[in-house]
Design a binder for this molecule. Structure first.
Ligand SMILES: [Zn+2]
Ligand SMILES: [Zn+2]
Length: 340
């Protein structure tokens, strides 16, 4: 199975996932048919019938891009709109077609939380988002949240102390930018944030799906549940974990804590709150986009200095460029109105 998995080309990743990810029923096709299937998706345009399209429709429905439950194999108008929305929200080139960038994004391992879908009309501003109603933890200042690990739903192959350290670092990154403290407690039943590893259907209506696919999910405030798919090969040190499908625990933990605090997904690829993460990828540093989002909910930690983030954050220049362009556009309209 691993023989066909390669990082050297996005197409190879597509083939691997097409064959083996549980979200695609066509994964059982023999390798010789795979190229033909890829071509079918790649060339699919509105009105065409493509075997396997229904699985893509289920995927878009699952993550909030397609309201209709008509999962036919036709590339219809609602599906095209879903593709456009998906491309906008994931920061992809908007073509309305299943181009290779879009297909590669669809089959990338990702968080199980649905995307908050925004239909940008005038322009595309990539940034953070919140859950519906913008929920946050409401407690007396300074907010102090406790977290605990499930006594019966943990993984055995990573030392507990290593897991604790990874989570400590993940929590501290958020605590550094907002006035919220996180404290480990052994009292699982009373902890604000409850962390555990589960497989398949585990009783919350959001079943996990085996290796890769969906990696983890968390619930919006003030629920506090943070679940990892125990079928993944989790790693805290990639030097020790050689598997090509290993997933960095600290990266996913940092992302899911963002959900626990009230952030939904961001369309900024570099942001922690972007929904997908490649196998073996380590992505643990908060970006300006993450910080702006979470500070809108909780305010700033008085000790936080934004300048410490500015130098390393390449996503900022992109966002600033877009805002400047939009501001200029609005400015030009205002000037035109004044002159008239
Ligand atoms: Zn997520
Ligand atoms: Zn769950």
């Amino acid at each position: 199975m691993l023989a066909v998995f390669s990082y050297t080309a996005g197409l190879s990743l597509f083939i691997f996932n097409l064959l083996f990810l549980p979200c695609f029923s066509i994964r059982v096709l023999p390798p010789t048919d795979t190229w033909r299937v890829f071509d079918k998706f790649h060339d699919a345009e509105k009105g065409t019938h493509v075997a396997g399209m229904s699985e893509l429709k289920k995927y878009f429905h699952r993550f909030g891009y397609l309201e209709s439950k008509n999962f036919s194999d036709f590339f219809d108008d609602p599906f095209e709109s879903a593709v456009v929305l998906y491309q906008k929200n994931l920061g992809l080139k908007v073509t309305g077609k299943l181009d290779s960038d879009t297909v590669n994004q669809i089959i990338s391992p990702r968080c199980g939380v649905s995307d908050q879908v925004h239909n940008h009309k005038l322009h595309v501003t990539r940034h953070y988002s919140f859950f519906y109603g913008q929920p946050r933890w409401v407690k007396p200042d300074p907010i102090s949240l406790t977290y605990a690990f499930s006594p019966s739903n943990m993984i055995e192959y990573i030392p507990e102390s290593d897991i604790m350290t990874a989570f400590e670092r993940a929590f501290s990154r958020w605590a550094a930018v907002i006035p919220v403290n996180f404290t480990l407690t052994r009292d699982y039943s009373s902890a604000d944030i409850k962390i555990g590893f589960y497989s398949g259907d585990h009783g919350d209506g959001e079943p996990f799906d085996g290796v890769l696919g969906i990696l983890a999910h968390a619930f919006s405030p003030e629920n506090g549940r943070l679940h990892f798919d125990s079928s993944e090969i989790w790693a805290v040190d990639m030097k020790r974990q050689k598997s090509r499908v290993a997933v960095d625990l600290e990266s996913v933990a940092t992302h899911e804590i963002g959900h626990i605090l009230g952030l939904a997904h961001s369309s900024v690829k570099e942001a922690i709150m972007y929904p997908s993460l490649s196998p073996r990828q380590k992505k643990v540093e908060l970006r300006i986009d993450d910080v702006n989002g979470v500070q809108l909910l909780y305010g700033s930690n008085p000790n936080f200095q934004i300048s410490s983030l500015l130098e390393s954050d390449t996503s900022l220049s992109w966002a600033v460029r877009l805002d400047v362009r939009y501001s200029s556009f609005v400015g030009a309209i205002l000037i035109a109105i004044v002159l008239l």
